[in-house]
Design a protein. Structure first.
Length: 278
């Protein structure tokens, strides 16, 4: 117990507290003494620069990744459960995107999206459609990055869903079959309500992880074009390590942490209300 507490203090609480304190200072990557400046970093973020756009595209990205990963992950889990031949092979193949390092995933899709040698544009050119700037077009870059992020995250959703499906009692399916329920009715009124607690937890984890996904976006777009994918984590990196303003970068990190905390608190409040209503 003491070891776990020491781990939490050293590797979680101290870095978090240090970052929060740094967000109230003018700390610089160049070193030197830093001084307390209060809320100046936060005030500057909301009054100058492109932080507003960064916050907006982040929220859109997080919503897109969470919804996409949940739909694809749950759908694949339902399909895998129905596979009777080589089920282990199919499951392993679908898990591979999650097992691959995110940096490798970014490099792989950078080649796929390449306007000159990319596979996607080659297929489109062969079909007579023409080339598309998947990560260079401002209106497409956000959705291209989100699609790649969904590809890396959905296997986790699938694994959790498969584990939850294993807990559904067979008698429930037998009773629904006796009542003449269709496949869709069984899914809607038996399967999904039973595995809903697990789905809510994995949705919360996906929201939190989406705020932290960095490598794929940086490799594909570096926050461009025209800041179209300048998510909070990308903005933090640029501010801290390119502009060398650690205090301002820490304030961006605190704001991102605030959104994750709000999502967690909302989850627990909804769970408490749901449990009290039962």
């Amino acid at each position: 117990m003491s070891g776990a507490f020491a781990y939490i203090v050293v590797f979680i609480m101290y870095p978090m507290g240090r970052s929060i304190w740094m967000s109230f200072t003018n700390a610089s990557l160049l070193g030197g003494s830093s001084r307390f400046i209060g809320l100046d970093n936060y005030r500057q973020l909301f009054t100058t620069g492109d932080f507003g756009q960064s916050l907006w595209v982040t929220l859109v990205y997080v919503a897109a990744v969470t919804c996409g990963a949940m739909v694809v992950g749950v759908g694949c889990a339902l399909l895998v459960e129905r596979v009777r031949t080589a089920q282990a092979v199919v499951r392993t193949a679908l898990i591979l995107p999650w097992a691959m390092p995110t940096l490798v995933v970014g490099l792989l899709f950078a080649l796929i999206f390449d306007p000159n040698i990319g596979v996607l544009n080659y297929v489109l050119h062969f079909a007579g459609i023409g080339k598309i700037g998947w990560v260079t077009n401002n209106s497409l870059a956000l959705w291209s990055v989100a699609a790649v992020s969904v590809w890396t995250v959905f296997p986790f959703v699938m694994l959790v869903t498969l584990a939850a499906l294993g807990s559904v009692e067979g008698e429930l399916y037998d009773e629904s079959a006796v009542d003449g329920a269709s496949v869709w009715q069984t899914l809607r009124f038996v399967t999904l309500p039973t595995i809903a607690p697990s789905l809510r937890i994995v949705a919360l984890l996906t929201v939190i992880w989406s705020f932290q996904l960095f490598q794929v976006t940086w490799v594909l777009t570096e926050g461009g074009p025209i800041n179209g994918t300048n998510f909070l984590i990308i903005n933090l990196y640029k501010t801290g390590f390119i502009d060398q303003q650690l205090g301002s970068a820490a304030s961006i990190g605190v704001i991102g942490l605030g959104f994750s905390v709000c999502a967690t608190v909302a989850y627990f409040l909804l769970e408490r209300r749901r449990n009290s209503a039962v």
